[in-house]
Design a protein around this ligand. Structure first.
Ligand code: ADP
Ligand code: NA
Length: 350
């Protein structure tokens, strides 16, 4: 089998929020004890929609600061930004030629992000999943910690890997660069692994605080919809106080949260922040009103987030230090990337 390796990324598009932390970054930190990890600031994904260059530069450093502040060790693991490693775009082009139009046409994120006027969306926004597959497979990563919204893109990554392995199976065998792997009942010799998503425990999908049917997102126009990692304690408390809920007290079973998306979301956030399960939270707060639960949640959120915010500020006050970490990470990532690309070019006859 393939050597286990973790890859994941966050887009430098500002407004880093609690969903990004609980769904992704908190898992990144945990995984570094068990796997070699690459954590990328995916700046080439950010430019699929218009970006202000000065803001983009700062947003790249912000995500790197968040990785560091959350506790990722840049000496043991690799923190870098995507555009510094040219092989991402090279492999993305190759994958554009492997992936089928029909596969990309099925991607729901494109439909959401492109909105009503699909004709006006960039080609990059449409091809984004090929680039994401390249990000992951460039390092032959076996595991990708992500939020629930990325599940479909990871499935596409597996489809691309599998088609590449099939299309070039003879060459892969001839060159002896494949790895034995199980696909169903068969053992095949593939160049790329079939990467597994690791979808975040009690918080796979944090919802908006204003609308329990929409995910918490960087691009929601309402600032009250998300807790930003840069919010201070008062702002966090205010946003939780103003979070939309129904008027019923909390139930005494998790099952009874069904059909109450806002209540369910706040309970999930509490569980994820405290590292317990939703049933433990329900046990503690059964029958309590939101006037009791919300202040407890606010205290917990502040306790967990404030230290990260403070560390982010500390890192952000020294951009030269962040740039040096990204440069070093980029060099180490490039080495792995080029080793794999030499084989990819060989396999394809390029
Ligand atoms: P966003 O979707 O907020 O624009 P990204 O696309 O950069 O952010 O996603 C970064 C990571 O955060 C991904 O792994 C994504 O699945 C995760 N993520 C984003 N929003 C949420 C959410 N509301 N709940 C859980 N995880 C999320
Ligand atoms: Na996302």
């Amino acid at each position: 089998g393939f050597e286990p390796r973790v890859f994941s990324g966050v887009q430098p598009t500002g407004n880093l929020h609690l969903g990004n932390y609980l769904g992704a970054i908190k898992q990144f930190v945990k995984l570094q004890d068990s796997f070699p990890c690459l954590y990328c600031v995916v700046d080439l994904h950010a430019i699929t929609v218009p970006q202000n260059p000065v803001e983009l530069e700062n947003a790249i450093r912000d995500i790197a600061a968040a990785y560091l502040a959350a506790g990722i060790d840049p000496k043991k693991h690799i923190i870098f930004n995507q555009s510094r490693v040219r092989q991402h775009t090279e492999l993305a082009w190759i994958f554009n030629c492997i992936a089928r139009m029909g596969w990309l046409n099925r991607m729901t994120q494109f439909k959401e992000k492109a909105g009503k006027d699909r004709e006006a969306a960039s080609v990059g926004l449409f091809a984004y999943p090929s680039l994401m597959a390249a990000d992951i497979l460039l390092y032959r990563a076996t595991h990708v910690p992500v939020g629930d919204d990325q599940k479909q893109h990871i499935e596409l990554t597996r489809d691309i890997a599998q088609k590449f392995n099939n299309d070039y199976s003879d060459r892969i065998a001839e060159l002896g660069v494949g790895v034995e792997m199980k696909v169903g009942d068969e053992t095949v010799n593939g160049f790329f692994p079939l990467t597994e998503p690791l979808i975040g425990g009690e918080a796979p999908r944090i919802m908006s605080l204003r609308d329990g049917t929409k995910k918490m997102s960087k691009s929601d126009p309402s600032d009250l919809s998300r807790i930003a990692l840069k919010d201070d304690a008062d702002t966090i408390a205010k946003k939780i106080r103003k979070a939309k809920t129904d008027t019923e007290p909390l139930p005494d079973t998790v099952e009874a949260l069904a059909g109450r998306p806002e209540a369910e979301n706040l309970v999930s956030i509490y569980a994820a922040l405290s590292g317990t399960t939703r049933s433990r939270v329900i046990e503690e707060f059964a029958g309590k009103q939101f006037s009791v639960f919300k202040p407890a949640l606010a205290d917990l959120a502040v306790e967990q987030i404030a230290p990260i915010t403070a560390e982010m500020r500390r890192y952000s006050s020294d951009p030269g230090h962040i740039d040096a970490i990204l440069r070093d990470g980029g060099e180490r990532a490039s080495e792995i990337a080029e080793k794999n690309m030499v084989h990819v070019r060989d396999i394809m006859g390029l």
